[in-house]
Every structure is written in C-alpha cells, then in structure tokens.
Design a protein around this ligand. Structure first.
Ligand SMILES: Cc1ncc(COP(=O)(O)O)c(C=O)c1O
Length: 388
C-alpha cells in the first residue's frame, strides 16, 4: 500500500469491511446489543473455554466495533486494533497495560494535556515515574531510555506542533528494549503510519479526524497481534472504556472520506498558515508544514496549528469577531475552530502546577475545517480589521 501518496487507494481499502453476510447492504448494520445468546449448553461452554471466538457480551466483542477495528488496522498497517470509548480511554489502557509500581515512562514534552495529567495523577499514585524529554533531542532521549518501560510520543505535539523524526525515535526505543507508543491523532494514518516506521503501538483520539464530523467521542489502539493482545488482557476489559456499536458505526462512515478530508484540511490550513506568516501582526506560526522539510514518515499536514500574535492585537476582539471559526475545543471535524491560549492558561495543568504545556499567552490555536480557504481567510481578515 502506498504511504498516503494516493488518498483514493486508502479510500478503496476503507470500504473492505463487509464479508457479504449483511444482505449485500453497502452500509453495515449496527449490532446495537449488549449480549449474544448461545444455541445450547455445549455452545456456551465451548465459548467459555475459548474454543470459539464469538461475541458474548459487547464489552468484550461486538461485530460493529470489530468492523471499525479491522478497518483502522488496515489503514495503519497493523495486525490488530482495539476500539475505546474515548482517546483518553485508549491512552490510559495502553499505558496501564505495560507498567507496574517502580517503572518509568519516557514521554516527549507537550503531550496532550490530559495525557500529561494521567501521568501526573494515577500513574504517580501507582509510583510510576515519567521523565519528559525534548522529542527533537535524540541524545537526551537515548540517555533517558535505558531502564524505561514505555516511550510515549506525540508528533506533532499538542499546541506547539513540534514534529519529530518518529522512525529514528522508535529505533532508539527498540535498541533499549522499550515499548514505543505514539498518539497519531493529528496526522491520521493518511499522513503518518507509525507502525511502518518501527513504533510498537499507535493510539488515536478517533473523536478527531477518524470520525471527522464532531459527532462521536472514541479512541483506538493498533499494533501487532501480540501487543494489542496485551492491552486486551491487562487493562481494557477491566477499565471498561468500550467503544459503543453506534459510535463504531459513525466511525466506519467517517473513515470512508478520511483521505479526501485530510487533503482538504491540509490544503486550506497550509494556505492560511502561509498567509498568516506574512502578516505584521503575527510573530510566529507553529505549523510543521512551514519547516524546510517534514520529518521522514510524515507525508502531509492536517488542519490544526497555532500562531502567536505580536503585542497590541486584541485577541478577545479577534476571537469574538470571527464568524466561521467558532470558539470551541477539540478539532478534526468539518468545522473551523479557534482556541485562545490565554483561555487555556486559565486552567491549571494540575493543582499547584505552574506547567503551561508550552502555550504562549498571545497564541491562538486554529482548526481549519472544510468551509473553503477563501471564505475562511476573509473571516480572519475581517476579524483582524477590528482587532489590530
Ligand atoms: C492529541 C490528542 N490526543 C488525545 C486526545 C483525547 O481524546 P478524547 O477526547 O477522544 O478522549 C485529544 C483530545 O482533544 C487530543 O487532542
């Protein structure tokens, strides 16, 4: 399979989920059921003994959820995948499957804030230590890795959008026998397929681009059979963050247009980022596509980036005068969104913590949606006319 160069190749793969058992329906059914009954006693006991793999209870296995998992596994080039009720359920189950008290995790700086909070609360109480490293500093990472259990990556990182050489970092983790994981929500499998770069486990907030319509909260992990089996056995059934059949069905629908949407987000966001960079009122634009080259393995850029205004711009007026960009968190849907950094900084990273996730007070984060580049740029220009 090509690595994102032909989005339509992804699209055709993304339809290959139906084994023909559903009356030739082009859209699969939703198995909206909590349980599955047994034909007789022998059937039941064979399932309990593990002689048959079949759905028993939806928290364990559900055919609609399985269709989504198989589809995502194909897109990521994984042997297996496991759906979750949210991206955070996927992150927490993945991490908790591999650590015990006394263990250490190495994580890149500026991970998604709730992942940072998970590390600083539950994992801290479990006596699991987290060492943060600059994802661009391979020397520091090589020093931090010996003895660690997990190397946790996110590339590009949240808000500050630092893109890392994921293949090189995965190789370092392998050299030190450390399980590598990456939050790949930003790039999606259309633009980055970390398993092909040597990463052990890919994690997504499927609430973002995989769903793509801002109507579902979900997560997924993907990797080798062995590594996904470990998450299935160690944490997933007991933490209980199961993806619901209806949400899985929405994801199947959303993923059919993933490559086309990603291309549209990329084109519009890149154009807006470049125009912003030309403005006197803008100090810095944090968008991986503005660097001389993308890191190896990152084959495109999505719709989310941030920029820092110069002093003197009224960011409140800017945000309030935008019409197409709505004030709202999350991202990855059809709609354009803005989050002012100053607003995010109102919430402490953790009680008594001065940590700021690298967020500049004069920065804003934009998600560039599918409304059309020129209309979105006009919206920005009109709001800037009032704010600067
Ligand atoms: C990069 C990233 N990872 C993970 C998450 C968490 O996903 P969810 O909200 O689906 O739990 C988010 C949510 O905003 C995110 O931005």
């Amino acid at each position: 399979m090509s690595n994102g160069s032909d989005p339509f190749e992804f699209a055709s793969l993304a339809t290959a989920h139906d084994d023909g058992n559903y009356a030739e329906a082009v859209v699969p059914p939703i198995f909206q059921t909590s349980l599955f009954t047994f034909s007789d006693y022998d059937d039941m006991i064979a399932s309990y003994r593990g002689e048959k793999v079949r759905p028993i209870y939806t928290r364990g296995l559900n055919p609609t959820v399985r269709m989504f998992e198989e589809m995502l596994a194909k897109l990521e080039g994984a042997e297996d995948a496991l759906g979750f009720a949210s991206g955070m359920a996927a992150i927490s189950s993945a991490v908790l499957a591999f650590v015990e008290p006394g263990d250490r995790i190495v994580a890149v700086k500026h991970v998604y804030p709730d992942a940072f909070r998970l590390f600083g609360t539950i994992l801290k109480r479990m006596k699991v230590e987290v060492t943060y490293v600059d994802g661009r500093d391979e020397e520091a990472i090589a020093k931090a890795l010996p003895g660690a259990k997990i190397f946790y990556m996110e590339s590009p990182t949240s808000w500050v959008m630092e893109a890392h050489d994921v293949g090189a970092l995965a190789k370092l983790a392998k050299q030190h026998g450390v399980v590598s994981m990456i939050d790949n929500s930003w790039a999606s499998p259309v633009f980055q397929r970390p398993l092909t770069l040597g990463v052990d486990l890919v994690i997504h907030s499927a609430s973002k681009y995989l769903g793509g319509h801002s109507d579902v909260v979900a997560g997924v992990v993907a990797g080798s059979k062995e590594i996904v089996a470990r998450v299935k056995a160690e944490s997933y059934p007991y933490l209980g963050g199961k993806l619901s059949p209806f949400d899985a069905w929405l994801l199947i629908r959303g993923m059919r247009t993933l490559p086309i949407r990603m291309k549209a987000h990329e084109t519009a966001a890149m154009s807006i980022a470049k125009r912003l960079q030309e403005l006197d009122v803008v100090e810095t634009v944090c968008h991986p596509g503005l660097a001389n080259r993308l890191p190896t393995g990152l084959n495109g850029t999505s719709g989310l980036f941030s920029f820092i205004f110069r002093e003197g711009v009224d960011i409140r007026a800017f945000a309030d005068h935008l019409k197409l960009f709505k004030l709202g968190v999350s991202w990855g849907g059809h709609e354009s969104l803005i989050v002012p950094g100053e607003v995010v900084l109102q919430q402490k990273a953790q009680p008594n913590s001065a940590h700021t996730f690298g967020i500049h007070a004069r920065s804003v984060r934009l998600h560039v949606g599918l409304e059309g580049t020129e209309a979105l740029w006009r919206d920005i220009e009109e709001a800037l006319a009032v704010a600067s």
